[in-house]
Design a protein around this ligand. Structure first.
Ligand SMILES: Nc1ncnc2c1ncn2[C@@H]1O[C@H](COP(=O)(O)OP(=O)(O)O)[C@@H](O)[C@H]1O
Ligand SMILES: [Mg+2]
Length: 234
């Protein structure tokens, strides 16, 4: 039986500043299964980053439940939420967010130091085919290589879920395809639960499950046949 990694129930998020209220997430119900590659697809402004920040423990919902590892993140105090994020979650961002003064290996090591059951950092860099670049600083690496370091950093924590927010957004099409291919491979090799957020519809063809996010809500579909990264274009 496949386990649920994350389950959201009637999730709402409204941003408030002064008298202005911006409702963004309006009662979402969905689940993300362990070991799967899921894609959250939605137009720009649909609330994808808002949703990812909530299920990644960076932000809180206005109401509703976010179940992960047997607890409802919406009920955790700040300290427990930070602890959840540090131990259980890996993030990959559009602009890599590597520490510029640390080498590739040191960037990965820094993440594993706060994890319970981390991978060997050098092994994580090997998985993303960067073992020969471990002593390079981010500025000495291409965009695609920096994104691969950030994927190694997320994966090396052995987290419950790796969240990728527009991971190919800053890359050219061919490098982006390579990064997607790598995420598909890593999901197969390590059974890591991976969630990719994107506005690029073709990326959804790679996923086991596709969560379509619109103003109206969220709906999940499953791919019977998945495309290869080499065969998609966007
Ligand atoms: N901190 C914030 N304060 C107020 N509004 C926000 C904030 N963050 C995002 N929004 C608004 O929420 C909506 C969804 O944003 P976002 O989650 O970034 O969408 P996406 O990632 O799908 O492009 C947008 O209308 C945006 O302006
Ligand atoms: Mg976004």
């Amino acid at each position: 039986m496949t386990e649920t990694a994350i389950r959201c129930v009637d999730l709402h998020k409204t941003y408030r500043s002064g008298d202005v209220e911006t409702p963004v997430l309006r009662g979402l119900d969905f689940e993300i299964l362990s070991g799967e590659l899921s894609v959250i697809l939605g137009a720009s402004g649909a609330g994808k980053s808002t949703l990812l920040n909530i299920i990644g423990g960076i932000d809180r919902p206005s109401s509703g439940q976010v179940w992960c590892a047997g607890q409802d993140l919406a009920t955790l105090d700040d300290r427990s939420l930070t602890d959840y994020r540090r131990r259980n979650v890996g993030f990959v961002f559009q602009f890599y967010n590597l520490v510029p003064t640390l080498t590739a290996l040191e960037n990965v090591e820094a993440a594993t130091q706060i994890a319970d059951n981390p991978m060997d950092p050098a092994e994580a860099l090997r998985l993303v085919e960067l073992e020969d670049r471990q002593d390079y600083f981010p500025a000495q690496l291409s965009g695609g290589q920096q994104q691969r370091v950030s994927i190694a950093r997320a994966l090396a924590k052995n987290p419950l879920v790796v969240f990728c927010d527009e991971p190919t957004g800053a890359l050219d099409a061919s490098t982006g395809r390579h990064v997607l291919d790598l995420l598909v491979q890593l999901n197969e090799q390590t059974q890591a639960t991976i969630v990719i957020v994107t506005h690029a519809a073709p990326v959804a063809q790679l996923a086991h499950a596709v969560l379509h996010l619109t103003m109206e809500g969220i709906s999940t579909s499953r791919n019977q046949q998945r495309a290869r990264a080499a065969d998609i274009s966007w």
